[in-house]
Design a protein around this ligand. Sequence first.
Ligand code: ZN
Length: 59
Amino acid sequence: MSKKDENEAFKNCAACKKALLMQRRYYRNNAYYCNNNCFQNKQKADAEKAEADAAGAAV
Ligand SMILES: [Zn+2]
C-alpha cells in the first residue's frame, strides 16, 4: 500500500481542519471529522458550494 500521501489528508477534520486523534475521528462520506456537528457543517457548506457552482455553470 502506498497511501501515505492520502493518509495525510485524514489527519485533520474536513470541516474545521483541526488535528484528529485516531480514536476520536468520525468517518463520513470518505472524509474524517472530529464529530457529527462538523460533518453537518461540511454537508451544509458543500451544498451551498454546489448551488453556487450550478448557478455559475448556468450563466
Ligand atoms: Zn471538526
